[in-house]
Design a protein around this ligand. Structure first.
Ligand code: PAF
Length: 271
């Protein structure tokens, strides 16, 4: 497995691979890899790519003031071992200095799908995501890139960005990977105490009950509150446009963001 800390070196390597006809897959991550990330690498392997590049970069531009950029969990050694084991052929693990010039001044802004949901609560977040993902696409020259469905809005925005900006990359969205308990895997789960983790289970439980029609959409808020969670949002949206729907029906997506203690968790389900 090749390890690149430098964008120019990775780009040079990848261009030479492409001249030989190699197909390149990219799995963008912020590291602290768990089984959800590893499922993205496994997915990439099924796409007949010759090279699978995992990027590991805690991207400062997608964190808002007061968020957890500084304390976001990092474990380079474990991440590299996991990438190797999962079958990555290259890892791009740059410093912030390698990714952003001191006077970096160009950003990519999606202006429709990023208005609501997490975009409304985390101003500038998706601008940071679109900007870094654009850079990662250009650095890696990926033919295909795999994203996780847990970040449903992010995946929708990236698909839109690729469509609207004519990026020659195919976006594949892989299913949410859950712990046995149902909790959607997230690097941020590491912040949760036992009791906070227990409380957090209500998020996936409620979504599951909603899908099976055992409870109504209008019950979600009170169920989450009763489990000690602080609801950031609960919304039902059209799966493609992310426009809010008043009466959720089959095919719509229900998204939840809620705090368990100080940790903000997200999850979603298609009805
Ligand atoms: O989903 C993530 O981990 C990040 O938002 C991404 C796509 C790697 C961009 O920093």
């Amino acid at each position: 497995m090749n390890i690149f800390k430098n964008s120019a070196a990775l780009q040079k390597w990848v261009l030479s691979k492409k001249r030989q006809g190699s197909k390149i897959a990219l799995v963008p991550t912020m590291g602290y890899l768990h089984d959800g990330h590893l499922s993205l690498i496994k997915k990439a392997k099924t796409l007949k790519a010759d090279e699978i590049i995992v990027s590991i970069f805690v991207n400062p531009t997608q964190f808002c003031p007061g968020e957890d950029f500084e304390k976001y969990p990092r474990d380079e050694k474990a991440d590299l071992a996991k990438c190797r084991q999962a079958g990555a052929t290259a890892v791009y693990i740059p410093s912030a200095k390698d990714v952003y010039e001191k006077d970096h001044s160009v950003y990519v802004d999606e202006t429709r799908l990023s208005v609501g949901l997490c975009g409304a609560r985390r101003p500038g977040h998706f601008r940071g995501v679109c900007t870094v993902v654009t850079k990662l696409f250009n650095i890696s020259q990926a033919d295909v890139a795999v994203f996780g469905r847990k970040d449903y809005q992010q995946a929708a925005i990236i698909k839109r960005m690729v469509r609207d900006m004519n990026f020659p990359v195919k976006i594949v969205v892989a299913p949410i990977v859950r712990e046995k308990s149902g909790l959607a895997m997230s690097s941020r789960n590491t912040y949760l105490s036992e009791i906070e983790k227990e409380n957090a289970l209500e998020i996936s439980r409620s979504l599951r009950l909603l899908k099976s029609k055992a409870i109504k959409f209008s019950h979600l808020t009170s169920r989450l509150k009763a489990s000690g969670l602080k609801v950031d949002y609960i919304e039902a949206v059209n799966a493609d446009t992310l426009e809010k729907v008043a009466n959720p029906k089959k095919g719509d997506v229900v998204l939840i963001a809620a705090y368990s203690g100080k940790t903000r968790l997200i999850d979603n389900i298609t009805l």
